[in-house]
Ligand binder design. Sequence first.
Ligand SMILES: Cc1cn([C@H]2C[C@H](O)[C@@H](COP(=O)(O)OP(=O)(O)OP(=O)(O)O)O2)c(=O)[nH]c1=O
Length: 182
Amino acid sequence: MKIVLASNSPRRKELLEQAHFRFEVEPAKVEEVFDESLPIDEALMKVAQTKAMDVADVYPDYVVIGADTIVYFQGKRLGKPKNKNEAKRCLHALSNQTHEVKTGVCIIKDHQCYPFVETTKVHFRDVSNDEINRYVNSGSCMDKAGAYGIQECDFVEWIDGSYSNVVGLPMERICQFFHVRF
Ligand SMILES: Cc1cn([C@H]2C[C@H](O)[C@@H](COP(=O)(O)OP(=O)(O)OP(=O)(O)O)O2)c(=O)[nH]c1=O
């Protein structure tokens, strides 16, 4: 079975590699448009599907994996920060609070779409202004939903659910789909 990952994210590539998948990488060339009129999970699956379908056009005989990760907090979707100030505001808001990380996935196989959403609860400890400034100024938060990477900061006190889902792909469910042991 030939697999292609429709993503630009180095984290998703790494997660699939760690699980010993063999695959190509072809980032989708579509704008991420969120349909705010839909319930959050539906909107997320739609974005993942748009990414997967874009690549399926070019790789018709491959199984395509598309995904999109967001932070969901107090009924609001937090994507990648637009600038450092927004990143700081976002981390302040998440400090000492519990939020959800949602990854929408769409797998296209034999012209059929298999979409799903995985949700992980994440709790931040109390994070000081200094810590937030230092982390944001290091720059690595800018390409990450919610302005943090669980794999590179120590703000997370506990999680409930899939860790890899927070990083960008729910590997338990991906492996289940492909009948691979996780
Ligand atoms: C919350 C969180 C997100 N992230 C990353 C995963 C995703 O790469 C990114 C969310 O952006 P996405 O838009 O889901 O993905 P992407 O733009 O990196 O790649 P593509 O659209 O081509 O698939 O945030 C982490 O690495 N660690 C975290 O703890």
